[in-house]
Design a protein around this ligand. Structure first.
Ligand SMILES: Cc1ncc(COP(=O)(O)O)c(C=O)c1O
Length: 414
């Protein structure tokens, strides 16, 4: 007989742009008893979660519910449900996740037109608007907070222009939701996708989304055509309008999350408990207070990093408050630094992708991981590890600079 040991995992300080440390109460509710998916106690939890998500997304949309799967499941559900083959989709790209929007759109047969700007910066809204006028797409799909570069794209003007030109505006707010302002209605976003494992401090495995009546109308239209296909006289061309995924078909999911409660998939019970708890904590803290907390710890981290003599990557004018990108000093092995942080201090920070691989570290200040103890811990440890690697740093200054920020904040609030 082969006896395996019960699973135990190490307690880490996770300072990546996700996944981050889970809220302790999120982990606790995940141990709650399973309820059947049509048990009224469970459907009440579903309804309540929808209500809480509307508040999180700052929307009056009726539709706000999670897609089971990681954040890209939410992106795929939205895009596959609204893209019909040949539809023109404009994707402005300023980092890795713009490429993900492109890839998913292409897989569903869209005619994708991209525009790119330098990584580490974002678009001037007027440039995107000019491109929308030129391309006349059905959909503009854009990332709000680019975790790969630590930049945040202003969206309101672009959203306004989309609405004026009757273009659907789809936004990936996976990294920003719950950590920095995301105003779905004020920014004219038609469909928005959030993430759980970042600023909500819930494990990965669900993607909260919201969409408005403009999207709903389109979905109902496609559904009507799909039903019509049962009619043998239906034109073959109508076939192309069927939503290509069963799992991600938002029109079916509306029937599952709506009063009809038509069986679609088996809801991920435990993950829904977790999401509800994560959002409950965010709303209890208050969105404004939560965003201010994220800004405070970001400021302390940045002050410490600069005091050490390191340089930030990216245009400070568009810095995403929940991700800080640091240039790896010349000649230093960035991966060796990360390995030592993990091994000796149990701290995880992230590397980066594509053109930035090996050139920057990324430190997340997200959700439950975004707290004073973690900021001081990561600064002290990073300084020690850099000295150990022979890097020239201003020893002893980083933690002090962060403490100064905390003292200033205390002074302002006392
Ligand atoms: C901005 C952004 N979009 C999408 C994703 C994809 O999310 P997931 O890995 O949960 O599918 C990520 C993941 O890091 C992200 O940061």
């Amino acid at each position: 007989m082969c006896a395996y040991k019960e699973l135990t995992t190490s307690q880490r300080t996770i300072m990546t742009p996700g996944p981050v440390e889970a809220e302790p109460s999120v982990l606790r509710v995940m141990g709650s008893p399973i309820l059947g998916q049509f048990d009224p106690e469970f459907t009440d939890i579903m309804n309540e979660t929808m209500e809480m998500l509307r508040k999180l997304f700052q929307t009056s949309n009726h539709w706000a519910f999670p897609i089971d799967g990681t954040s890209r499941a939410g992106i795929e559900a939205v895009l596959c449900s609204i893209i019909e083959p040949g539809d023109r989709v404009l994707v402005p790209i300023y980092g890795r996740f713009g490429h993900l929007l492109t890839e998913i759109s292409e897989r569903y047969g869209a005619d994708v037109i991209t525009m790119e700007t330098r990584w580490g910066s974002v678009f001037e809204p007027k440039d995107v608007i000019a491109e929308i006028e030129r391309v006349q797409p059905k959909i503009v799909a854009m990332v709000h907070g680019e975790t790969s570069t630590g930049c945040v794209q202003p969206l309101k003007e672009i959203g306004e222009a989309c609405r004026r030109m009757d273009v659907l505006f789809v936004v990936d707010a996976v990294a920003s939701i719950g950590g920095t302002e995301v105003k779905v209605d004020d920014w004219y976003i038609d469909a928005c996708i959030g993430g759980t494992q970042k600023c909500l401090s819930v494990p990965s495995g669900m993607a909260p989304i919201t969409f408005n009546s403009r999207i709903e109308e389109l979905l109902l239209q496609r559904k009507k055509i799909e039903r019509g296909l049962a009619d043998p006289s239906a034109p073959k061309s109508a076939q192309t309008r069927t939503i290509r995924s069963n799992y991600f078909d938002l029109s079916q999911l509306m029937d599952y999350w709506g009063p009809a409660r038509l069986n679609h998939h088996t809801e991920a019970t435990t993950m829904l408990y977790a999401l509800r708890e994560g959002v409950r904590i965010a709303l209890t803290e208050g969105l404004e207070a939560r965003f201010a907390r994220h800004r405070l710890h970001e400021q302390a981290l940045v002050a410490g990093v600069l005091a050490m003599g390191l340089q930030l990557y990216g245009d400070p004018a568009c810095k995403l408050p929940v991700v800080t990108c640091i240039k790896i000093p010349d000649g230093l092995d960035g991966e060796s630094v990360r390995a030592m942080l993990l091994e000796d201090f149990h701290i995880e920070i992230a590397s980066s992708f594509g053109p930035l691989k090996g050139t920057i570290w990324r430190i997340g200040t997200m959700g439950y991981s975004c707290r004073k103890k973690n900021i001081l811990h990561v600064l002290g440890a990073l300084e020690a590890v850099l000295i150990r690697h022979g890097a020239r740093v201003h020893a002893g200054r980083a933690v002090q600079a962060a403490l100064d920020i905390y003292d200033q904040e205390k002074g302002q609030n006392s």
